[in-house]
Unconditional design. Structure first.
Length: 392
């Protein structure tokens, strides 16, 4: 079913064989999965997709798994795309939609990436996996590892939301709480993985999580009958969702499913951790380590992303923007989304609404534009962040 051909370095373009265990390129660049899209175009039709499974695996020809038995699925993807009319009318955005990733297994879009990565581990015979995480990736990895029957080792900041800690413990992972951030957790995994025999599933240090995440781009096209919106708001931590969607759009164009038009890609970050916004504002192609990173949007607490240059590329090529919002504004916007529409979003989703307000005010977006906000997780995993707003 898959049309995978090889892996390719996103920095130096060196090729690697598919179907082998791979982390970074020898030059240090992240590897991307490449497919025979001509073959996919000839042997597959976008009109058949609705007959496939009601999960992201309906796009199997452009996913890397070659043995169907390896697929480890808990029903990730095919999330609702909701026309948020009441909120839109109040904000002055008349064609506003929310793609609600909070309904995924484990309550965030991280399920997509980890379903794909763990499926590849099963296919490649990997039995022990380790991940540094800001929280939700850990929860997703633990769940998919449990479903696949492989061992999971989790490294995450001591102050992660309680939901992330409990879900990892409950699904049987070995959890280490780290005094520090995801970057410190990453160093621990890197220093111990060889001796322990762990496969490192850090963001972009293996090529497959991005493949799962890119299905957010395929889905939005399918759900809008192959017309992309004018703008996409995405809360950027490691930026993989953004890079993945951008890759999906290019693949779809090569297969003749969409034209050359692209949405303005809006990267949203927290003021307390905004390395990509800073690099965007300064016209740089890479970000710098953001000191003293702090925000209640734990998924955005990534002080330096390995794929920053790919995010900045996508934002600039699309004519988009990078915007930082305060924690207060994202929680406020999250409550507005919940009150107006019944969608209780993660603060990361709230951040996108807060950023939308800014860009409508600045004139970068107009009231009649077709806008999609990605709510990347459920508010139910962030009760600590919302608690101060609702004292008992
Ligand atoms: C991880 C995470 C993000 C950031 O995702 P990237 O694709 O790595 O930028 C945003 N929101 C939530 C809820 C997350 O868990």
């Amino acid at each position: 079913m898959t049309t995978v051909t090889h892996l390719e370095c996103s920095v130096c373009a060196k090729r690697y064989e598919a179907g082998k265990v791979a982390n970074l390129c020898e030059c240090g660049g992240p590897l991307l999965v490449r497919y025979d899209l001509q073959k996919a175009k000839e042997s597959w039709s976008r009109d058949w997709i609705p007959n496939g499974p009601s999960s992201m695996w309906r796009y199997a020809p452009v996913l890397p798994v070659s043995k169907p038995a390896a697929i480890t699925s808990l029903g990730e993807g095919m999330t609702p795309l909701i026309h948020t009319k009441r909120l839109g009318a109040r904000l002055g955005a008349n064609d506003l939609w929310v793609k609600d990733e909070g309904v995924n297994p484990t309550g965030s879009f991280k399920a997509r990436g980890l379903s794909c990565a763990i499926s590849m581990c099963v296919e490649l015979g990997i039995t022990k996996v380790a991940i540094p995480s800001a929280g939700n990736a850990a929860g997703a990895m633990s769940a998919y590892a449990a479903a696949a029957g492989i061992e999971a080792y989790i490294f995450m900041p001591r102050d992660v939301p309680q939901a992330n800690f409990i879900e990892c413990c409950a699904t049987g992972a070995k959890v280490t709480l780290v005094d520090g951030l995801i970057s410190d957790a990453g160093k621990m995994v890197a220093s111990r993985k060889d001796a322990e025999g762990w496969f490192d599933i850090s963001t972009l240090k293996e090529p497959y999580r991005i493949e799962g995440k890119k299905t957010m781009g395929y889905e939005v096209a399918e759900q809008f009958r192959w017309q992309l919106p004018d703008a996409i708001f995405y809360p950027c931590g490691g930026g993989v969702g953004m890079i993945g969607m951008w890759k999906a759009f290019a693949e779809m164009e090569t297969m003749g499913w969409i034209g050359p038009k692209r949405p303005k890609m809006i990267a949203v970050q927290a003021e307390g951790c905004a390395p990509i916004v800073k690099a965007f504002d300064e016209g740089k192609s890479k970000s710098e380590f953001f000191e003293h990173a702090e925000t209640v949007a734990s998924g955005l607490r990534v002080p330096k992303a390995l794929g920053d240059f790919l995010v900045l590329n996508a934002v600039r090529e699309s004519g988009g923007a990078a915007v930082a919002v305060s924690d207060d504004d994202m929680i406020q916007a999250g409550v507005e989304l919940a009150t107006d529409e019944g969608i209780f979003a993660a603060p990361e989703g709230g951040a996108c609404i807060a950023a939308l307000k800014k860009l409508l005010a600045s004139g970068l977006l107009k009231s009649n534009e077709h806008i999609v906000i990605y709510n990347t997780g459920t508010g139910l995993k962030y009760l600590e962040a919302y608690s101060p707003r609702f004292p008992r």
